[in-house]
Design a protein around this ligand. Sequence first.
Ligand code: FES
Length: 579
Amino acid sequence: MTEHRKTAQTLRSSRWFAPDDLRAFGHRSRAMQMGYDKEDWDGKPIIAILNTWSDAQPCHAHFKHRVEDVKRGVFQAGGFPLELPALSLSESLLKPTTMLYRNMLAMEVEELLRGHPIDGTVLMGGCDKTTPGLIMGAVSAGYPMIYLPAGPMLRGNYRGETLGSGSDSWKYWDERRAGAIDADEWQAVEAGIARSYGHCMTMGTASTMTAIAEAMGLTLPGASSIPAADANHIRMSTRCGRRIVEMVWEDLTPNKIVTRDAVDNAISVAMALGCSTNAVIHLIAMARRAGVKLTLDDLDAAGRTVPVIANIRPSGKTYLMEDFYYAGGLRALMARLREKLNLDAPTVSGNPLGAGFEDARVNNDDVIKTLDDPIYPEGSLAVLRGNLAPDGAVIKPAACDPRFYNHEGPALVFDSYPDMKVQIDDPDLDVTADTVLVLRYAGPQGGPGMPEWGMLPIPQKLLKAGVRDMVRLSDARMSGTSYGACILHAAPEAYIGGPLALVRTGDRIRLDLPKRTIDMLVDETELAKRRAAWNAPPRRYERGYGYMFSKHIRQANEGCDFDFLETDFGKAVAEPDIF
Ligand code: FES
């Protein structure tokens, strides 16, 4: 432990509990109402445990019990734990999309922490948007915090065959639509694909974001790779409880950890993992909360120099997060990636990042490859620009068929998901394997909330002919567990008049991945005519959270944060008055 910077008298919570006045009397007497005594809180760091458990969140089912393990650690280290529930953001159950509510969680976290007598925080999350939402809010709040990742679920199983969450849902659904498997087989897949608590065990958004949290220095070393059902996860949770108490005394606040170096480490690790495309949006938003001006160009530059070395599906062919853990996990991967990392970046452990994997070793070279023999020579993401996406779009080259790296084909345009759904399986649909499927009005404002619709289904008649990938373009996102030649996050989105709104069925579209371009081959005079004739769609929300969302949401290339939540928006918020 490093030296104490805080004393009992300078703990933030002492403002609530120490004074000899009427208000502090109220705080103490109400703590006593819960059965606590002065000995419980006096001179002790009060630790919020922000728990995203709910009955509607299967990925965090174990958090109901795991929170007790965290409390055990807090007590061991002489702190006083308070569990505070926070939005659980179930990726599988919450509609229209959890992305609509990521910023709501971030706001909740910031205000929960600021408004309560809290000295430090353990953030319990894992399912996709919970990681960025919790971290964004806690970084803005600015108090010592540690991230406790939920851990991946165990491998799926179907008749002895390994199943990956998400990835195999898309794969077997295509097989079902192609008539290759029947209803009974489909049901067996359904029962075997998610067989324990924990987040998705492919390298989807959840595994990507928890690894990013670790590479940013916000978890204990190795924490993000431990399967949720492994007893090591319980011990790690208790260590989080112990460590946050020390962090409070050390006054180790997130602004000392989430620096440019830490963000660069997170980017390199994300690329080496074959990360989810969603990482782009969340990384930009998280970095900006810490005052680091990350752009799409920074991510593309990293994408050109960091190879994919984690052989985990969907970028890899065979393995899942459980295999990754047995192969050495993120510590072993970072040891292989050492030359691309800022080893001195501070972490919540109190030690620099490099110290966390000094003794790590790779146990299976087929799961964690070397930089000289990667599964994909460049990083997992590329940023495209052109007259279809002047502010950028994103593609995952490692997860798409290389024959599409240079592609030209006619557009088939859908203005909504329901419109696409009624047409896509029409046997008379005018489509070939060269067609570029376009879905628009599905961005941050249009979706609303930029749903994961970007992995448009392959038309049934092509599936039956054996086609399993084609170029797809949208202003939506796609699930991190998905794969294919999907161009996503086109910005600005169609709903606010981005050029995607101007493309018409039959227009030629050209993708040139080496040159990083995406264009419609339509001349500027014609585009100007279409632009003049375009009518903005009606505003989607006239009241409620959606109204605020549509007024303040930024575009995908800017991280989809609310403008008023970004760090440089206005004066910093003061500590609450206590009268
Ligand atoms: Fe929760 Fe995939 S549904 S991580």
